[in-house]
Design a protein around this ligand. Structure first.
Ligand SMILES: Nc1ncnc2c1ncn2[C@@H]1O[C@H](COP(=O)(O)OP(=O)(O)OP(=O)(O)O)[C@@H](O)[C@H]1O
Length: 533
């Protein structure tokens, strides 16, 4: 026992531990840098880069680390690169770790919901902002366990550096054992040291998982201040996050909605139509054609929407309503035709050439096209307030205090001020959609596109969202195009109903005319089927 303790504290062994840690740190640090570059190449749109990354991965994942170390130490000098043994071992370990780390990074990035990325783009975020603010924070959290495993394996793999005479722990243990013949005590001590080191890594992993856990509450929050997205955590008042979901009222509303106003007065559509006729065109879609391979989804669609007008877009499932909205916001490329929003061709420069993703994002933010999605697409790591304030700061350069004030004001408007610090997953579907609407209107868009905003909601939550949309139409005079299956809502709120089928607009006009007296036989069949539901 005494000998065992002696070996544990022996300076010769401790120096070995230091070298082991150096090789591991070089391997992990270098692996992280190389892996990040490799992941970027793998995710790149350029085939040459992604192919080069794939070839690198095949080579370094498919050959033993021990050979790579020998290569780095013995073969590189032949081309004039002579590295000290520790550096050669660190380099080989880094090159070997890189493909694994790249895969982790790639999986983390691809694991972020596509809808959130689409929402970020719709809000005018450039690829850089999207990566920094939306993708990376969420990807990092999911990568911590895998990175912990990788760190443990790098530490153990560092022992292979003994093959090129790096004086790390395993080599020193072997040397000591061959000179003292006390194999058992020495290797037992060495094994225990490795175990302590890997346990330290596991403890660090658990700590990081705890630190990045968004569901933590109260006193633990002080450490969170070190996180770049600290403001986003919704921990100022942890009690709010833990509030139970509000009770659903018998009439389908929810308990925390603002005090019920007088029943909304019916909209005077004739008066609105007369006023709207004098307004400029906000959205002009001309001869729009869009196909996915052989599937022609939009086949020469023409649509003009005036400022302040509310359009209800109806049509059978798969008729291209979502595709049309995504094209209007330039989130989708199309094959032919033009789309102008506020007189500008979104996504194209004045010569008609497509803009880069970055420029297109800026144009989208300048023109101001808000979008609300069927699946809400709130940013999962940000609180309700930050979902609204964040894009205002990052995309529109609004000062933090002003962005927060606007976010709180809008949350109050949609009846959710007391849930400002709640994470999306702590909100009901209806609440999430109301936050999503507040987020979309925060930058004062000129047009709001709503893609089946109530389809993913339970029936009792539909009304709360429709009420918010109705207020935007009546009180704010916001130009809106709403893809919906809610016929009653369309007839109440829409100035015009547009019915899409077979890639074309088959019927359009005032809601009463289209919904109650359709002329087109396909429209008649569709509407009577909808009525029957
Ligand atoms: N990314 C895509 N790749 C290939 N086909 C697609 C893609 N997106 C949509 N489609 C196809 O385009 C057609 C129109 O889809 P879209 O989602 O626009 O219809 P929709 O009217 O919004 O339907 P729903 O009411 O069910 O949401 C469908 O046939 C669909 O399968």
């Amino acid at each position: 026992m005494e000998l065992f303790l002696h070996y544990l504290s022996m300076p010769y062994m401790i120096q070995g531990i230091e070298v082991t840690l150096q090789v591991t740190a070089l391997g992990l640090g270098g692996g992280l840098i190389l892996g990040t570059i490799l992941a970027g190449m793998q995710l790149s749109r350029f085939k040459l880069l992604s192919s080069a990354a794939r070839i690198y991965t095949v080579i370094f994942r498919g050959t033993p680390l021990i050979l790579q170390m020998v290569f780095a130490y013995d073969a590189l000098p032949h081309i004039g690169i002579k590295l000290p043994a520790i550096l050669a071992a660190g380099l080989a370990l880094a090159c070997n770790e890189a493909p694994f780390i790249a895969e982790m990074l790639r999986a983390g990035v691809l694991g972020v919901e596509k809808g959130q990325i689409l929402a970020g783009q719709a809000l005018g975020m450039t690829p850089g902002i999207l990566m920094r603010r939306i993708i990376a924070p969420q990807a990092i959290r999911t990568m911590i366990p895998a990175f912990g495993n990788e760190a443990v394996s790098a530490l153990k793999n560092s022992s292979l550096a003994s093959v090129i005479a790096v004086q790390e722990l395993t080599l020193r243990s072997t040397q000591l054992a061959s000179s003292t013949f006390d194999f058992f005590s020495i290797f037992f001590a060495s094994g225990l040291i490795y175990l302590l080191l890997t346990s330290a890594i596991s403890a660090l992993q658990i700590f990081l998982e705890w630190l990045f856990d968004l569901d933590r509450t109260s006193k633990q929050v002080k450490l969170m201040r070190f996180l770049p997205w600290y403001r986003a955590q919704g921990i100022d008042d942890p009690l709010q996050d833990n509030e139970p979901a509000p009770d659903i009222l018998p009439d389908g509303g929810v308990a925390e909605l603002p005090p019920p106003r007088l029943p909304p007065a019916p909209i005077d559509h004739a008066a609105r139509a007369a006023a709207l006729a004098r307004n400029d065109v906000a959205v002009a879609v001309k001869a729009l054609r869009k196909n996915y391979d052989a599937n022609i989804v939009l086949d020469g669609v023409d649509l003009a929407v005036r400022n302040g007008e509310v359009i209800a877009l109806l049509g059978p499932s798969g008729s291209g309503k979502s595709t049309l909205l995504r094209c209007i916001n330039n989130l989708e490329l199309w094959n032919d035709g033009t789309i102008e929003v506020g007189g500008r061709r979104l996504g194209f420069n004045h010569l008609g050439k497509p803009l880069s993703p970055r420029m297109a994002a800026q144009a989208r933010a300048e023109v101001g096209v808000g979008m609300v999605f069927q699946q809400f697409n709130l940013f999962g790591h940000l609180t309700a307030k930050e979902n609204i304030a964040g894009p205002l700061r990052w995309v529109h350069g609004v000062a933090p205090a002003e962005a927060e004030r606007r976010a709180l004001q809008l949350l109050e408007r949609v009846g959710l001020s007391h849930r400002a610090d709640a994470l999306p997953r702590h909100l009901s579907g209806g609440q999430q959609q109301r936050v999503a609407i507040a987020r979309a209107i925060a930058p004062n868009p000129s047009v709001l596109l709503l893609d089946e905003p109530t389809s993913a909601l339970d029936p009792e939550l539909v009304n709360e969202v429709l009420e918010v949309i109705r207020r935007l139409a009546v009180e704010d005079g916001l130009t809106m195009i709403i893809s919906t299956h809610q016929l009653r809502f369309a007839s109440e709120v829409a100035d015009r109903v547009v019915l899409l089928a077979g890639g074309a607009i088959i019927e359009e006009g005032p809601a009463d005319q289209v919904l109650n007296h359709p002329k087109n036989p396909v429209a008649q069949r569709f509407l009577s089927a909808m009525d029957a539901e």
